[in-house]
Design a protein. Structure first.
Length: 40
């Protein structure tokens, strides 16, 4: 999982899901886990 300033490009990938956990925004991608990331 990468830490990024902007998750918009990751969120557009197929299979991406936007989740908020403990005040952090995460993009989780089960189809292709290398496109997962978090912000904050």
């Amino acid at each position: 999982m990468k830490v990024r300033t902007s998750l918009r490009s990751l969120a557009r990938k197929p299979g991406a899901k936007i989740v908020r956990r403990r005040g952090r925004i995460m993009v989780l991608n089960r189809k292709n886990p290398r496109f997962s990331g978090r912000q904050g």
